[in-house]
Design a binder for this molecule. Structure first.
Ligand SMILES: Nc1ncnc2c1ncn2[C@@H]1O[C@H](COP(=O)(O)OP(=O)(O)OP(=O)(O)O)[C@@H](O)[C@H]1O
Ligand SMILES: [Mg+2]
Length: 371
């Protein structure tokens, strides 16, 4: 595939110098324009992967021109050329979301490096967008936001595993979307019409965990006045999402393993064998392999549940997802509060990049506070 680069500059000499650089680059086709009208017209009609421009046009100001471009092709990477000594105004331009800027006169090699980086990003973004559209047409992933390679890969895995009955282990730091992914697997599987039963193992005291999991017969213990079904049984025909799986004693782990393996169990105090035909999805923010090493998690259970692992990446390692997530939550909360849609200002956009080390909820709280 050839990349299409547009050089927009009012000086003929500059257009020639720039075009010469590209003659040495394989797979790049160059076009040139010399005024705002022809540039905007070209971008509207021709698929372009990169724009190189000094943004100087007689008809309008630099920022105005840039915004007009962004309006037409929001994802297009732009390299802005700026005269040495006017870096200050280049920073204003950077805030509007241009990819890079170079001071003129530039060195050929530096321009080539910047171009290669921009084209790589452009093709990755296009590829991700395409993959996402493909996945979205098959599954309903609209509420899972993100176009980063990590999110696309997680969605691909969800699509793959949804078609099977395999046990899934979702790992990732707090807030990375483990429950969101577990729900997506269930609702995209052929068990979608069955129940989705969720149990957070950390939220139930150890002595009650067993009766929650396996249920009990009437009279099984002092307060057992009537028979109660356990979560394994309730999830039959559907999916059982066991959250915070590390927070179980090794004794309970042994019993859970038996149910997962045999797909049957007895209620506490019961003798009748009950079918427990559910797909199991487990999640944890702990490193289970480490827990296995120190004897806190049973190795056999670990191998049984980790047949199909999905690891979710924290937001700080996929910063490109921050702004789409920010927009998503603003839209959601504006609707919920009955307010007209609010958009992210450019200050908030750069602010959100600075706070990207925090978790999603924290970032959103700060974004909302900033409004
Ligand atoms: N990619 C995403 N797109 C949209 N919303 C997301 C995404 N990732 C996380 N969220 C939202 O962030 C919040 C936390 O997600 P979730 O509860 O699934 O995380 P978790 O990994 O289970 O966290 P914890 O370990 O704290 O239980 C939820 O409101 C969820 O909808
Ligand atoms: Mg969770």
């Amino acid at each position: 595939m050839a990349y299409r680069v547009l050089i927009a500059d009012d000086e003929e000499r500059m257009r020639r110098v720039l075009a010469m650089v590209f003659e040495e680059m394989e797979d790049v086709k160059v076009a040139t324009t010399s005024c705002s009208e022809s540039t905007l017209d070209y971008l509207e009609h021709e698929r372009t992967h990169l724009l190189i421009t000094d943004l100087k046009v007689p008809e309008m100001g630099r920022l105005e021109f840039l915004r007009a471009i962004k309006d037409k092709v929001p994802d297009l990477p732009i390299i802005v050329l700026t005269a040495y000594g006017s870096v200050g105004s280049a920073i204003d331009v950077m805030k509007e979301g241009v990819f890079d800027f170079l001071t003129t006169p530039f060195e050929k090699e530096i321009l080539k490096l910047a171009v290669n980086r921009a084209l790589k990003m452009s093709s990755l973004a296009i590829e991700n967008k395409y993959l996402r559209q493909e996945l979205e047409s098959q599954y309903d992933f609209k509420n899972i936001i993100g176009n980063s390679p990590q999110v696309i890969e997680a969605l691909r895995l969800v699509g793959e595993v949804s078609k099977t009955d395999s046990t899934v282990l979702i790992t990732g730091e707090s807030g990375t979307g483990k429950e969101l992914i577990a729900r997506a697997i269930h609702y995209n599987s052929n068990r979608a019409c069955g129940p989705l039963i969720v149990l957070n193992c950390a939220a139930i005291p150890e002595n009650l965990l067993e009766s929650e999991l396996f249920g009990y017969e009437r009279g099984a213990f002092t307060n057992a006045e009537k028979t109660k079904k356990g979560r394994f049984e309730l999830a039959s025909g559907g999916t059982f999402f066991m959250d915070e799986i590390s927070e179980m004693s090794t004794a309970v782990q042994a019993k859970v393993l038996r149910v997962i393996e045999a797909k049957e169990m007895e209620r506490l105090g019961g003798t009748e064998t009950i079918k427990a035909d559910s797909r199991i999805i487990c999640a944890t923010n702990k490193n289970l392999e480490e827990l296995v090493k120190v004897g806190k998690f049973r190795e056999d259970l670990y191998y049984r549940i980790s047949v199909f692992p999905i690891t979710l990446t924290p937001l700080r390692e996929r910063k490109e997802d921050i702004i789409p997530l920010g927009r998503h939550f603003l839209k959601r909360f504006s609707t919920k509060m009955g307010k007209s849609p609010v958009s992210l200002s450019k200050e908030l956009r750069s602010y959100s990049l600075r706070i990207s080390g925090k978790g999603i909820s924290e970032s959103c709280r700060m974004l909302l506070k900033g409004l």
